[in-house]
Write a protein that binds this ligand. Structure first.
Ligand code: DAH
Length: 351
């Protein structure tokens, strides 16, 4: 009944109650929407508002459904109003979306901005290993005295590593140097001395040669590593005496450790030299003499094996442990530190 009544009232020129209430309802939506949309913090909130106002169960849709209750005359009045409100809300949503998008873009541009005036990041710089530094320093000293630098292989024949150096199979010194053998019967050189023979076999005296390189022995503790570095030097000419050897090595040690270095020659034994000696230097830090070198006059049999006439020529030779020299030079307490590649340790020698 009431529906019939309301529909019939429109003809009188007075608004039906339903229309008045619907118009009130419609007019209340826009301020609500305006406020909510302008406060929407992001695009997700905008989407929620679109659903809340314009969605299938949204406020505008629900009001739209009420149009059906109006008379044919009143319906366009409310319908038109509803349309303008819908358009308005759609525009508000679009405007706010555009605003948020441009704000997001600004934020991204600000975040990705590059300050080209900031200082750059320097690439890390490597440095020479302390052993390399000392090896170069040592060879430089000998080159300054007229020695030339040569190198030899780390995998060596037994003949050159032992026999040719006057260390036959049954020689006790051969056992002292605990040897790594390859499957094919070669050895990892246990010392740099075989390079003497390689140089002798390749050239004629007079000759003065130094070599540095890796050598290998089967032991490892605070003062021994299975791989370590040696330098070998020798000189062959006519009329060479022990005096030449002493003078050369003394000069070398002064150049390396300073002119106040105290040196001592001690008789010793090596199969490839005769006579043989070891050289010590005085170490204040150690409070004692420290052995740094083995040396001697090249054994005639070694010269012969190198194709040199021992009647005509003589020579001296010396060998030293570069790692040991490095420890002494820098006061490094444990030789193994040199082979651990700990950057905190190695960085101290950069420069
Ligand atoms: N080759 C010896 C070693 O490894 C060091 C050495 C001693 C080399 C005396 C020499 C020398 O040339 O004359 O222990």
């Amino acid at each position: 009944m009431s529906d019939l009544f309301s529909e019939s009232t429109t003809g009188t020129g007075e608004r039906s109650k339903e229309l008045t209430s619907l118009i009130d309802g419609i007019e209340a939506v826009l301020p609500q929407a305006r406020q909510a949309i302008s406060a929407a913090p992001d695009r997700k909130a905008i989407e929620q508002l679109r659903v809340e106002f314009l969605g299938k169960k949204g406020k505008i849709t629900r009001l739209n459904q009420r149009l059906g209750k109006l008379s044919a005359e009143e319906r366009p009045i409310a319908g038109k109003l509803l349309n303008t409100q819908r358009t308005e809300i759609t525009e508000l949503l679009e405007k706010r979306t555009a605003e948020l998008e441009s704000r997001e873009l600004d934020a991204r541009i600000a975040a990705e901005a590059l300050d080209v005036t900031l200082p750059g990041i320097r690439p890390a710089r490597g440095g020479l290993h302390p052993v390399t530094r000392v090896a170069r320093e040592i060879t430089d000293i000998f080159r300054g005295m007229g020695f030339r630098l040569e190198s030899g292989p780390e995998v060596e024949t037994e003949w050159l590593n032992f026999d040719a150096l006057n260390m036959p199979e049954d020689h006790p010194a051969r056992d002292m140097q605990d040897t790594f053998y390859t499957e094919r019967g070669h050895v990892l050189r246990t010392h740099t001395s075989p390079t003497q023979l390689r140089s002798m076999l390749a050239a004629k005296p007079p000759m003065a040669v130094v070599t540095t390189g890796k050598v290998y022995r089967h032991d490892s503790d605070a003062t021994h590593s299975p791989m370590f570095h040696q330098m070998e030097g020798f000189l062959v000419d006519e009329g060479i005496s022990l005096g030449h050897l002493k003078g050369t090595l003394h000069e070398f040690l002064r150049a390396l450790y300073g002119s106040e270095v105290r040196t001592r020659f001690r008789p010793s034994f090596f199969p490839f030299t005769e006579p043989s000696a070891e050289v010590d230097i005085w170490s204040e830090a150690h409070g004692g003499w420290m052995e740094v070198l083995g040396c001697g006059m090249i054994h005639p049999r070694v010269l012969q094996n190198g194709g040199i006439d021992p009647e005509k020529y003589g020579g001296f030779a010396f060998g030293l442990g570069i790692d040991r020299m490095t420890c002494i030079k820098f006061g490094i307490p444990d030789l193994r530190l040199l082979f651990e590649n700990d950057l905190r340790f190695l960085r101290q020698f950069q420069g």
